[in-house]
Design a protein around this ligand. Structure first.
Ligand SMILES: NC(=O)c1ccc[n+]([C@@H]2O[C@H](COP(=O)([O-])OP(=O)(O)OC[C@H]3O[C@@H](n4cnc5c(N)ncnc54)[C@H](O)[C@@H]3O)[C@@H](O)[C@H]2O)c1
Ligand SMILES: O=C(O)[C@H](O)COP(=O)(O)O
Length: 525
């Protein structure tokens, strides 16, 4: 039974779903990295929010880990390249807390417009400072949206409902989507110059880090109010403090900080500054949503191989998984076969689907071919890191689809281009389930690729099969199945034998010494 560790505070629904789906679960929160390292080796899955930092060191100790599930959106607390290199799937729940976070941004916008936190503190201190707290209306004000994705889009919708004008800066926002959202797509400079309120909804990347730098803050309208419910690091906090102190910035509300937890900051205590401790996603509804989603996704993966919302591997729904499973087995076997039969460096590997195979999700099949191929070179490859490894090894990967059926109802062909030219193998599924090799380097042959096999290329001549059978029999090797193919009568012939155990090097040398043998190799699947 697979075992999952929930290492951050999560709605109890997550544990309930894991158990219902047959996954054992431990909830151990608030541990130091060293404590996580000490226990992580026993788990197949790790369910987290933003507190657990999944570092290289934690991954190195996670020897059984197959999946990391983030109950939320941001995965900047996970070393994704290290997870990928180790073959661990990383998934998040990209929509479960979007509405909640958008509402938090709107709440902070109101808090700034009417100085609610300071008015509250003053009133509860018995001061009744009615004349001190003069606010501004939101109606007819311009909201500048930096990042118009899921959360930004919801913020825009709510702001339009408040009769605000919304301008958006997002280089990836299409003009059509801007129209659909009812926002005006503008460049950053224009947004800075026009916005009365600015709200940030981008991930933290090299392009967005300090997007509100001292220089850009100086370009904003005097009195601008700024909200950040996305990620610390999007705003230069020192420049923000200076802008608030000088009065150029009319107010700022931060839910996220460069350093979290933010137990101290020069911003604390600054007039017109409002803060919350990374509460954007903290509502009952959002936490139930993300807990359910993460547990369902992780259970699907651990129990049936279904992949949803993964950041480092193509998606594969739980419905697709059973249909794709035999194809993945075929793909992996074909990849392994070409890997075992190819020497020298590979310039290109092409995966060609024909007939029924072409109607399926190609990405998982491609990953399976690459994993099968590369497993002949390294033990640490799997579906997750295979595309990455192939790229690192300078292999060009081609995907080709032909929906028309050829000789077979469904066919997968794997071709490799090396210095010696291009060669291919092809396979089909018998009864849509059983993988079978049907072509080997241009020769028709029908074989199951399983267990130990002997591959022989020889000159087609009478008596050869008898001599080979006698040699193997004398050597104590039991033949399970025997598959033959030839290019033409008397031409090159190929033999694929399944054998109960691998040939000893001595016996293999004797096979190679038989008259007419061009190549003989042991294979294993
Ligand atoms: N405070 C919280 O608790 C909380 C909760 C949920 C999400 N978040 C954070 O909010 C952010 C947005 O989440 P989302 O679900 O809307 O993500 P999303 O991926 O749907 O949207 C992000 C948008 O940013 C845009 N973008 C990327 N680079 C940009 C750039 N250089 N300039 C301008 N725009 C750029 C993208 O095109 C995209 O439209 C994420 O960082 C997420 O981690 C925070
Ligand atoms: O990216 C997210 O989903 C938010 O930052 C929420 O983080 P949390 O799950 O730690 O509240």
């Amino acid at each position: 039974m697979p075992k999952v560790l929930i290492s951050d505070k999560m709605d109890p629904k997550a544990a309930q779903i894991f158990r219902e789906r047959g996954v054992e679960v431990d909830e151990i929160t608030g541990k130091t990295p060293e404590e996580v390292i000490a226990i992580i080796g026993q788990y197949d899955g790790l369910a987290i929010r933003s507190s657990t930092k999944v570092t290289k060191a934690i991954l190195a100790a996670a020897t059984n880990l197959k999946v990391i599930g983030r109950a939320g959106i941001g995965v900047d607390n996970v070393d994704i390249p290290a997870a990928s290199a180790q073959g661990v799937v990383v998934m998040n729940t990209p929509f479960g807390n979007s509405i909640t976070t958008a509402e938090h941004a709107i709440a902070l916008m109101f808090a700034l417009a009417r100085q609610l936190p300071e008015a509250d503190a003053s009133t509860q201190a018995g001061k009744w400072e009615k004349n001190r707290f003069m606010g501004v209306e939101l109606t007819a004000k311009t909201l500048g949206l930096i990042g118009a994705g899921n959360i930004g889009g919801i913020v825009a919708d709510r702001a339009l409902g408040l009769r605000m004008k919304v301008v958006a800066y997002d280089p990836f926002l299409s003009p059509e989507r801007a129209v659909e959202l009812g926002v005006e797509k503008v460049e950053l400079e224009e947004l800075l110059a026009r916005a009365d309120f600015i709200t940030l909804h981008t991930p933290l990347t090299d392009q967005t880090r300090n997007i509100l730098s001292a220089e850009n803050l100086a370009k904003t309208k005097k009195g601008v109010r700024i909200i950040n419910c996305a990620r610390g690091g999007l705003i230069d906090e020192a420049a923000l403090k200076a802008g608030l102190d000088s009065g150029h910035i009319g107010g700022a509300a931060l839910d996220v900080f460069v350093q979290e937890p933010a137990k101290e900051s020069p911003l604390f205590g600054t007039p017109n500054f409002v803060s919350t401790p990374h509460l954007g996603a903290s509502t009952d509804e959002a936490q139930v949503n993300v807990a359910i989603q993460v547990a369902e996704q992780m259970s699907d993966y651990l129990m049936s191989g279904g992949i949803t919302n993964a950041l480092n591997v193509p998606s594969l729904s739980a419905e697709e998984a059973p249909r794709l499973k035999p194809y993945m087995a075929l793909a992996e076997k074909l990849g392994s076969l070409v890997g075992q039969l190819t020497t020298g460096s590979i310039g290109r590997i092409s995966i060609h689907s024909e007939g029924a195979a072409a109607e399926l999700n190609q990405k998982p099949m491609v990953s399976a071919v690459l994993a099968g191929f590369l497993r002949t070179q390294t033990d640490t490859v799997n579906m997750v890191n295979a595309p990455l490894l192939a790229k690192e090894r300078g292999m060009e990967v081609r995907e080709i689809k032909t929906e028309r059926e050829g000789d077979y109802h469904t066919l997968l062909r794997v071709s490799v281009k090396t210095d010696a030219g291009e060669r291919s193998v092809a396979g089909t599924l018998f009864g849509d389930a059983a993988p079978r090799l049907v072509e080997l380097f241009g020769i028709k042959v029908e074989a199951d690729l399983a267990g130990h096999m002997l591959y022989v290329v020889n000159e087609d001549a009478p008596g050869f099969i008898g001599r080979l059978g006698t040699l193997l029999g004398t050597g104590g090797v039991n033949i399970g199945t025997f598959h033959l193919g030839r290019r033409s009568a008397g031409g090159e012939a190929v033999l694929l034998l399944s054998i109960d155990e691998a040939l000893t090097p001595e016996l293999l040398a004797q096979v190679r010494a038989l008259p007419g043998v061009k190549t003989a190799m042991g294979l294993a699947f």
